[in-house]
Design a protein around this ligand. Structure first.
Ligand code: SF4
Length: 473
């Protein structure tokens, strides 16, 4: 039991990637993994600090382990990730049962910290340290595993940290300043992933389009990196997230237009449609500049799908600011949006300088208005796909059969009818899920031999979240 680990991850793709690397490193050190926390001798939480809710969630989980920790003397409880850096040793005061606090920049040492906590019976804390950058790079470069649930798709980190200091955000404080990984190392990792059967790679960075690696007189930016990864045989699709509007240049749009493997998809958070609020957020662009970028992207890359992020109830947000956000949403017509109610994050400029003065009820109302507006847009735009043939990468069996309200099980005649077929579904067919190049989720009833392949499908029905399709023979 001592060598059995239960690992739970909260938050963004960066955290999921960190969790994958922790799993790999601990596996090499002789640990086994379990999905049952009760069977574990080591419990690790990879935490998120971006919103208060994410922190509250993990603090509550840690709280629930107190009694067990008192009873099971050799149980090691480790907190890794952004919350570990933000709270540091203060976590021991909040929850004395925590044994290890490990910041995102020290995850390569997590196994060592766990072993020390166990053998020395002393709490261990490791916070970010710029001197550890090369060890972190080695950890990234050592990556061998891919997500077992999605063996044909992989995220690949191209940079760490962020220099933007948006006034509401803790990321630059908990993940440190921007560091772009060497392009050779990224290309080698992409090659290894492709050799293991990965068809689609998403290059990952907090502000991925700010990627910039300098070596002597050579500067490699994201457009150059995309061109290099594009050369890898076997790889069929390339994406990159998340983009920062101000750093988006024409060369990157040209790369999207010219490199066939680069998908017509952009995740480009606007956060607000009001220039006054954007300035208070320190986003360093205006709504007009953002819209201009969207227009140029749509001209250069026809059919491009855009996903967005918004924060409602930022300090000082008046009705007219919120209306400007709604207007921006209507004009851009996002494929989907992540919408958050503002919550102050300790240590950020907004928390120090601005009063959280928008009432909770107003935040809730504005949040709901944006959700409804986005649903209306997504439904209308998805319905425009009905009758079209699109190309999808089939990821695997659908894990959410409820996605199609007309379907109750594999090869279900009701599902066949919902797809417009009169007879029963093919025997041996199951519900599969895949994604278009624009990242639309597609559900179809088909034989599992399509998994891992890029296939054409005809869209027969659409909801706001999902396209329902049938195979094209
Ligand atoms: S760009 Fe702004 S919101 Fe995004 S990670 Fe950096 S500071 Fe946070």
């Amino acid at each position: 039991m001592e060598q059995t680990v239960y690992l739970e991850t909260l938050g963004c793709q960066m955290n999921k990637l960190d969790a994958e690397l922790i799993r790999q490193r601990l596996g090499q050190e002789g640990y086994r993994f379990t999905l049952d926390a009760d069977q574990a001798g080591v419990i690790i939480f990879v935490t998120c600090s971006v919103r208060q809710r994410a922190e509250d969630k993990v603090l509550s989980k840690i709280g629930q382990l107190r009694r067990r920790h008192d009873q099971q003397k050799d149980l090691i409880l480790a907190v890794a990730g952004c919350m570990a850096e933000r709270l540091g040793p203060a976590l021991f005061d909040l929850h004395p049962q925590v044994d290890v606090v490990c910041a995102p920049g020290r995850i390569h040492q997590l196994g060592e910290l766990i072993a020390r906590a166990r053998h020395e019976r002393r709490r261990q804390v490791a916070l970010n340290d710029p001197a550890e950058q090369s060890a972190l790079e080695d950890l990234d470069a050592s990556r061998r595993q891919t997500d077992a649930d999605h063996p044909f798709m992989a995220y690949l980190r191209v940079m760490r940290g962020c220099n933007k200091f948006c006034s509401y955000c803790v990321v630059p404080y908990v993940r440190g300043r921007e560091v772009s990984r060497p392009p050779e190392s990224i290309v080698a990792e992409a090659q290894r992933l492709a050799d293991r059967g990965v068809k689609e790679i998403t290059l990952l960075g907090q502000t991925v389009n700010s990627y910039c690696h300098r070596n002597g007189t050579t500067t490699v930016r994201l457009a150059d990196l995309l061109a290099r990864v594009h050369e890898i045989a076997g790889l069929e699709r390339l994406r990159f997230v998340t983009s920062y509007p101000r750093d988006f240049d024409e060369r990157l749009l040209a790369a999207m237009a010219d490199l066939p493997k680069v998908c017509e998809y952009l995740h480009l958070p606007a956060q607000s449609g009001s220039d006054r609020i954007l300035a208070a957020m320190n986003r360093r662009y205006t709504a007009g500049q953002y819209l201009d970028l969207i227009e140029r992207a749509r001209q250069r890359v026809p059919g491009i799908a855009v996903a967005g992020d918004f924060i409602v109830g930022f300090p000082g947000e008046r009705e007219e600011d919120f209306e400007a956000t709604c207007e921006l949403m209507r004009r851009v017509r996002y494929k989907n949006c992540f919408i958050f109610k503002y919550s102050p994050r300790p240590g950020t400029r907004a928390d120090g300088d601005l009063a959280d003065d928008v009432p909770t009820e107003t935040k809730r109302r504005r949040n709901q208005i944006l959700l409804d507006l986005q649903e209306e847009i997504s439904l209308a735009d998805n319905q425009a796909f009905v009758g079209q043939t699109v190309e999808i990468l089939v990821e695997g069996p659908s894990k959410n059969p409820h996605l199609d309200e007309g379907r109750t099980g594999p090869a279900d005649p009701a599902y066949s009818r919902s797809l417009g077929r009169s007879g029963p579904a093919d025997s041996g067919s199951i519900q599969l899920v895949g994604r278009t190049r624009g990242d639309h989720i597609v559900v179809l009833q088909a034989r599992p031999d399509r998994i891992g392949r890029i296939v054409p499908v005809r869209v027969v029905r659409a909801s706001a979240l999902t396209l329902f399709a049938e195979p094209v023979r």
